[in-house]
Design a binder for this molecule. Sequence first.
Ligand code: BDR
Ligand code: CA
Length: 320
Amino acid sequence: TKKMILDLDTGVDDALAIAYAVASPEVDLIGIVSSYGNVLVDKSAENSLDLLELLGATDVPVFLGESHSSTTDHFDVMEISQKIHGVNGIGEVKVPKAKRAVESEGAVDFIIDAAHKYGDNLILVPTGPQTNLDAAITKDPEIAKLIGNMTFMGGALTVPGNVTAFTEANINQDPAAADRVFRSPLKSTMVGLDVTLRTLLTKKETQQWRDLGTVAGEKYADITDYYIDAYYNLDIDKNGCAIHDPLAVGVAIDPSYAKLIDLNMKVTHDDPANPADVGRTIGDTARLNDPTTNMKVAVDVDKDRYLAHFMDLLTNLFAK
Ligand code: BDR
Ligand code: CA
């Protein structure tokens, strides 16, 4: 089985990604590193610890990551994130407190150690900014060649972004870091907004979890319903909520859930005169004929098959 590390800014869809990875017999979740974004980094780590406890996965260690982007010295949560995920990141739902804390080792060193230990068998799944991974590659560039794959949620190939017309939130948080990661030899798979916006969850599904009559089922239903309501009230989508982050886990488990094309990408980050463009993921023309293409970009999803797998695994996990 592949070893997986999740790198999360634990909001609602990150919370769903945790459950999916924990439930999957296809991968061994060896750790969660925390990032900033939907919440501050400490809150992200706290949410991950609490959710792991709720899921009975107390053997999965959590590591504290970077608290802000590589080009700033500070990070404030955006108001829109608080509206979508709740101020606590998990839909204002109270979950029992974890009985343990983050590891003493930091996120960057954990990523480096895991890359050397597991090499090609390691999949990294960032579903927040790529600041931790960039810092790890900067500290030990060799790991970019060792890690089997990075399958990340972020960017947008064809549709408008969700921060500016061109940029998606995760990449927008630290465009310079993502650009360095994209240009490194790391083999990666981009699961962008184009495809994740097609994967909608509704209250019909969350009701199935509620009907299980377990604490995990009820809490996860409450957390997700907050996000579904936010999608409705903010007019993002009236038909349900996009479960962005779980799709990165799904494609990491089984790449055939997505239609993938080979395309090296870069990130615009050095054009302050054009702020709407900063953080945009775009094909790297300089590498169009590069035979060492190391990025695959998802352009579509086998929605029904993926959602069935996701629901099957989560419902079984919450039933325990
Ligand atoms: C991404 O941004 C975050 O708000 C979500 O958790 C997801 O990772 C979507 O753009
Ligand atoms: Ca996220």
